[in-house]
Design a protein around this ligand. Structure first.
Ligand code: GDP
Ligand code: PGA
Ligand code: MN
Ligand code: MN
Length: 614
């Protein structure tokens, strides 16, 4: 495979290309012409290439090579302080018709946006290398592999995409063999270099644009180097564009983890869970069960594609190959499986703090912080500082194959059959620890009304309650009412007997003492085993106006450190809280206008009646 082609005047991009895929060569030529890079590099995804790129990133000051044996072959990156999270205000859906984007998205007229983008991208890669990253979301041997090609001027993006996604020569060869379609995805940090100009460690631009054209299935991202804005296979493709593909092709692209649980009797169960960013997916995906005889294995921690299988079941795959996990709060006591994967190395840490012995640290990694650190902004830090050493949205980027508890089905293109779907958020009040939906439509209602306090994963205010349907608010690539309709339709294509149970969970409810009532983390095992017992008809539940909740006796609580009061506080259904909640849900549903499906409106009506009668 050719590596790098210098863009001297008259360079023949197609002749120098490693592929005969005509549409791809046209795409690359067109973007090179627009962005005028100094060089084009076709990414092969191999070891040698990665070593060269990371060496260059170290030389440029973007990466710091970690020398501590606790973090082998790993790097720290520090972003510009303005470029630390997804930027929802600057994320756009440019469908032909505004109503197809719906009220949850920032819509822009596609024609107008194309003009804006050609201005922004014109010459934007000058002085830089343009990397071409062929990739596939999901196993390469899938019946209908979903290809993409990201063009980027950031080597940090290449190194991160290599962890998160199947990239390089193999997907390219398969794309060529199938003459397959691909999602074109263009990314520029938006910082062209004049001849001789010195680069900065983290180039970016204030005028960020994360743009999606759902009809032509294109992605254009300008101005940010941060994960969800720049690793375009992840949120942009695997959620926003894939949700549109799924709508058109009869499947679902969801913001979910996938967990396999095996009971002491050897029965296996597959559970997916949709929680908003920084609300516990990675932790639940990597749970170490606290109940004797149960084993957990993971299949994924962030994105799940679900489709009806041949026998009427719902099948799920994880299209990614890595974790882009929230670092703060991750430690040996909360998430030992993540720590074991991280300890094998080959990771990139972004906006963590540096230790004096060449490692990284973040809040919660150890109980006591080290005596001295370099914080994520490059400043000296000691434990008496009144600011965190790592950014609250600091991330580890680690290959999923380094997980000891990875389920072998992770590699299976046909995926696994879902037994249960969880919807969860971060709520101080109102939402009990776990509630079972009466039926599938009631479960979709749980998803439609899901809410959470906002987190540091997105730029903006933290801690404000917002509705986040199916934890997909920032990721639904089309009208949110049509999205709910699509959920109803997909289940219609499945066997009603085989539909997964749906459960609403909340690990974050406060007790009367103001503290989080439920111990959470590994102890969520007890919620999962209750869910499985419910599916198997073995556990009791209490009928409440909002659904079925555990009786305290039905939960396996032996060995759990929780007071009776805290348990009661976490399970309680309070009609007064629910009346306020219903008012808020009504305001929320009004925003959907006519596109809210009638069955979901009927659920609201019935809930109102049950709460009023309580
Ligand atoms: P993700 O972004 O959805 O994958 O969420 P993570 O699993 O990375 O968790 C985000 C934050 O929530 C971290 O700070 C965790 O420590 C915290 N968290 C995760 N699970 C629990 C839980 O069960 N209880 C509590 N109290 N916090 C949790
Ligand atoms: P998260 O993924 O869900 O693990 O936080 C990143 C994001 O959603 O920004
Ligand atoms: Mn996510
Ligand atoms: Mn996560």
């Amino acid at each position: 495979m050719v590596a790098t082609v210098a863009m001297t005047p008259g360079a023949d991009i197609v002749a120098e290309s490693p592929t005969t895929h005509t549409a791809l060569n046209e795409f690359v030529s067109q973007i090179a012409e627009l962005t005028t890079p100094d060089r084009i590099h076709w990414v092969d995804g191999g070891e040698a290439e990665n070593r060269r790129l990371t060496d260059e990133l170290v030389a440029a000051g973007t990466l710091t090579r970690l020398t501590s044996p606790e973090f082998p072959n790993s790097y720290a990156a520090f972003s510009d302080p303005s470029d630390v999270a997804r930027v929802e205000e600057s994320t756009f859906i440019c469908s032909e018709r505004e109503e197809d984007a719906g009220f949850t998205n920032n819509w822009r007229d596609p024609e107008e946006m194309r003009r804006t983008l050609s201005g922004l991208f014109s010459g934007s890669m000058a002085g830089r290398t343009m990397y071409v990253i062929p990739f596939v979301m999901g196993p390469l041997d899938a019946a209908d592999p979903k290809f993409g090609v990201e063009i980027t001027d950031s080597a940090y993006v290449v190194a991160s995409m290599r962890i998160m996604t199947r990239i390089g020569a193999r997907p390219l060869a398969r794309m060529e063999e199938l003459d397959a379609e691909f999602v074109p995805a263009v990314h520029s940090v938006g910082a062209p270099l004049a001849p001789g100009e010195q680069d900065v460690p983290w180039p970016c631009h204030d005028d960020k644009h994360i743009v999606h054209f759902p009809e032509t299935r294109e992605i254009w991202s300008f101005g940010s180097g941060y994960g969800g804005n720049a690793l375009l296979g992840k949120k942009c493709f695997a959620l926003r564009i894939a949700s549109v593909m799924g709508r058109d092709e009869g499947w679902l692209a969801e913001h979910m983890l996938i967990l396999k649980l095996t009971s002491p009797q050897g029965r296996t169960h597959y559970i997916s869970g949709a929680f908003p960013s920084a609300c516990g997916k990675t932790n639940l995906a990597l749970i170490d069960p606290t109940l004797e005889g149960w084993t957990a294995e993971t299949l994924g921690d962030d994105i799940t594609w679900i489709r009806p299988g041949d026998d009427g079941e719902l099948r799920a795959i994880n299209p990614e190959t890595g974790y882009f996990g929230v670092a703060p709060g991750t430690g040996w006591s909360t998430n030992a499986n993540a720590m074991r994967a991280i300890a094998k190395g080959n990771s990139i840490f972004t906006n963590c703090a540096l230790t004096d012995d060449g490692g990284v640290w973040w809040e919660g990694l150890t109980e006591e912080p080290p005596a001295h650190l370099i914080d994520w902004k490059g400043e000296d830090w000691t434990p008496d500082a009144d600011r965190p050493a790592a950014h609250p949205n600091a991330r580890f980027c680690t290959p999923i194959e380094q997980t000891d508890m990875l389920a072998e089905e992770f590699h299976a293109p046909e995926g696994v059959t879902l037994d249960a779907i969880l919807f969860g958020g971060r709520r101080k009040t109102t939402i009990p620890l776990v509630t079972e939906a009466r039926d599938w439509t009631h479960g979709i209602f749980f998803g439609a009304t899901l809410s959470s306090e906002t987190t540091a994963a997105a730029a903006g205010e933290v801690g404000r309650v917002r509705r986040d349907p199916m934890a997909m608010l920032p990721f639904i690539g089309y009208d949110a009412g049509d999205y709910l309709k699509h959920w109803i339709e997909v289940s219609g294509a499945a066997d009603p007997e085989k539909l997964p149970g749906i459960f609403l969970v909340n690990w974050f409810r406060r007790g009367r003492d103001g503290k989080i009532a439920w111990p959470g983390f590994a102890e969520n095992t007890r919620v999962l085993t209750w869910i499985i017992a419910r599916l198997e008809g073995r556990a009791e539940a209490r009928e409440t106006p909002i659904g079925l909740t555990p009786t305290p006796e039905s939960l396996e609580l032996e060995g759990l450190d929780i007071s009776d009061e805290a348990l009661e506080d976490s399970l309680r259904v309070d009609p007064a809280e629910w009346r306020a909640e219903l008012d808020d849900i009504e305001v929320w549903f009004d925003r959907f206008g006519d596109s809210m499906p009638q069955p979901i409106l009927d659920e609201l009506q019935q809930l109102r009646e049950r709460v009023d009668a309580a």
